[in-house]
Design a protein around this ligand. Structure first.
Ligand SMILES: *[C@@H]1O[C@H](CO)[C@@H](O)[C@H](O)[C@H]1NC(C)=O
Ligand SMILES: *[C@@H]1O[C@H](CO)[C@@H](O)[C@H](O)[C@H]1NC(C)=O
Ligand SMILES: *[C@@H]1O[C@H](CO)[C@@H](O)[C@H](O)[C@H]1NC(C)=O
Ligand SMILES: *[C@@H]1O[C@H](CO)[C@@H](O)[C@H](O)[C@H]1NC(C)=O
Ligand SMILES: *[C@@H]1O[C@H](CO)[C@@H](O)[C@H](O)[C@H]1NC(C)=O
Ligand SMILES: *[C@@H]1O[C@H](CO)[C@@H](O)[C@H](O)[C@H]1NC(C)=O
Ligand SMILES: *[C@@H]1O[C@H](CO)[C@@H](O)[C@H](O)[C@H]1NC(C)=O
Length: 458
């Protein structure tokens, strides 16, 4: 065994232990994101397996209805695979039926079909994943995983039967070794933001100026298949709610603010957020700080338990004004752990679109870090005003759609997201609903279209 293998195994074992013990892992500051940011280095260097594990954990934390539901289906996967193949082969020749779709056909930029478009009977189908993300076998989705009516396969011999072929952005074959079926959708999948892809990974995407792809699958609302880190609907549905829940959350507060961070200097956005927090500290020194950037100093409590005792969590992304780049820092560290998220990264509008009403504080609402801390300290003194940030959680009878409507009532220019599925579930739904053909002549133009800070190298 080489020493690097030993090291890997050691780390993996360590992580497994931690997982077994509880949620210590959460202290790695935002599992998904740390993977996103570091996968390239770790694959080249040491942490491949670690990242794979982290990623899986984060995926299982996604509180995905599909995933939960499908766990039970996994026993039936073998069955499904067999029927799936033949039916998928003949997918395009199946009878058309007309349904009045009341579900997600009006969804934002994603499903472009009018409500009355006939849809094909929803037969099971297969989606071919070209490689696992970063070509690491343990990275999800796993072979045979079921999303809605689709099953994931990595078996390239089934290429002709697949409704869609998904390429993780790190592994796109050149050239594609099979004849191409013009009915198939080739999907470019990334959870990375443009800054990381362009400047950290030095991938200018020019090689995809060739109409190879039909769809993008990213966390951005403007992608063809919406694949955010979390679907807020699912997060919301799984949160405990009610007056008592809020009473307890508020009663648990023992300190002002907490921040965990593992990426300090490797990105423009990491540097700028560190500077921002340093400015905040001048007027509000009581921000508990943990994570790699602070010498891996952890409190004794688990992250969830600790964050729960703080009024605010600094949900600062490592990229500034990358549209829709909102990660578990908001959903898990903020909402799930029960602190009011103070957000920085995407513009306020991006948060409004996906967050519950009056549930976060955006740094750009304040002229300076000092103005922000002044407000946080005011909320610390005014229980009524602080509690207003939990009001959305007080009435358990409110559905996610009620929450969205409330946001739209308060912000008439905001269009919230009705999505009920995302990621591969969404992809399946779209191919099964026979989305219209599409070609992306230049992926670069689509993905690097931001003109603002997100795209600035320095
Ligand atoms: C991975 O490599 C980096 C730099 O080479 C090192 O600092 C880090 O401790 C290593 N991590 C693990 C998990 O081995
Ligand atoms: C899972 O499957 C088992 C056996 O098929 C069934 O008894 C059980 O009700 C299912 N659970 C859910 C949550 O669907
Ligand atoms: C599915 O096909 C495989 C190989 O073709 C076979 O071994 C398996 O028994 C089949 N399963 C069912 C449920 O028919
Ligand atoms: C596909 O459909 C055609 C005609 O309907 C049929 O002859 C063929 O056997 C079908 N193929 C599969 C794999 O079911
Ligand atoms: C799967 O297909 C069936 C019809 O065959 C449909 O009733 C069901 O809604 C579909 N499921 C999803 C998640 O699209
Ligand atoms: C506390 O907050 C409430 C609700 O926002 C507000 O009406 C009240 O005036 C505030 N009290 C003080 C002392 O600022
Ligand atoms: C996907 O793009 C290719 C062009 O590279 C095109 O030939 C094909 O028809 C497209 N497929 C769909 C379903 O739009």
């Amino acid at each position: 065994m080489t020493s690097s293998t030993t090291q890997k195994l050691g780390v993996v074992t360590g992580i497994l232990c931690l997982v077994g013990l509880g949620f210590m892992l959460m202290w790695t500051d935002n599992t998904v994101v740390s993977i996103s940011q570091k996968h390239y280095w770790s694959i080249v260097k040491n942490g491949t397996l670690v990242n794979a594990l982290l990623h899986q954990i984060s995926a299982s934390n996604n509180i995905d209805n599909n995933e939960a539901k499908n766990k039970n289906d996994s026993a039936k996967t073998e069955d499904k695979k067999n029927t799936t193949v033949s039916e998928a082969t003949n997918f395009t020749s199946t009878t058309k039926i007309t349904t009045t779709t009341t579900t997600t056909t009006t969804t934002t930029s994603i499903t472009k079909q009018p409500v009355t478009t006939p849809v094909v009977a929803k037969k099971p189908g297969i989606i071919l994943m070209w490689t696992h993300p970063w070509n690491v076998d343990s990275e999800p989705p796993s072979d045979g995983k079921v999303f809605g009516n689709c099953t994931i396969t990595y078996d390239r011999s089934k290429h002709a039967e697949a409704l869609a072929v998904v390429f993780h952005y790190t592994f796109v074959p050149e050239p594609y070794p099979y004849p191409r079926d013009p009915n198939q959708f080739f999907v470019w999948w990334s959870w990375e933001n443009p800054w990381v892809v362009r400047w950290m990974e030095h991938n200018d995407l020019r090689r995809h100026d060739n109409s190879f792809f039909n769809w993008t699958m990213t966390y951005r609302r403007d992608s063809d298949v919406y694949a955010p880190y979390y679907l807020l609907r699912n997060v919301y549905n799984n949160l405990p709610k009610g007056k008592k829940v809020v009473d307890d959350l508020i009663a648990a507060k023992k300190g002002l603010a907490v921040w965990t961070v593992s990426s300090c200097k490797d990105k423009k956005g990491s540097i700028s957020r560190m500077n921002y927090v340093n400015e905040m500290l001048k007027t509000m020194p009581n921000i508990d700080r943990f994570g790699k950037c602070f010498g891996d100093k952890w409190p004794h409590a688990k992250m969830a338990d600790f964050v729960r005792t703080r009024k605010f969590y600094l949900s600062f992304e490592n990229a500034v004004h990358c549209r829709d780049y909102i990660t578990e820092k908001l959903t898990r560290n903020g909402y799930q752990y029960g602190a009011v998220p103070v957000v920085r990264g995407p513009k306020k509008e991006d948060y409004l679109v996906m967050a519950p009403p009056h549930s976060f504080i955006h740094t750009e609402d304040f002229a300076s870090p000092a103005e922000l801390t002044k407000y946080l300290m005011y909320l610390d003194k005014n229980d009524t005003a602080y509690r207003e940030y939990f009001k959305w959680r007080e009435d358990p009878s409110k559905t996610w759609d009620d929450q969205r409507m409330e946001v739209e009532r308060r912000h008439p220019n905001i269009k919230t997201l009705p999505d009920k599925t995302y990621w591969f579930g969404k992809l399946c739904e779209q191919v099964q609903n026979r989305a219209p053909p599409k070609v992306i002549p230049s992926l670069r133009k689509v993905f690097f279209d931001d003109t603002e800070e997100c795209q600035d190298e320095n």
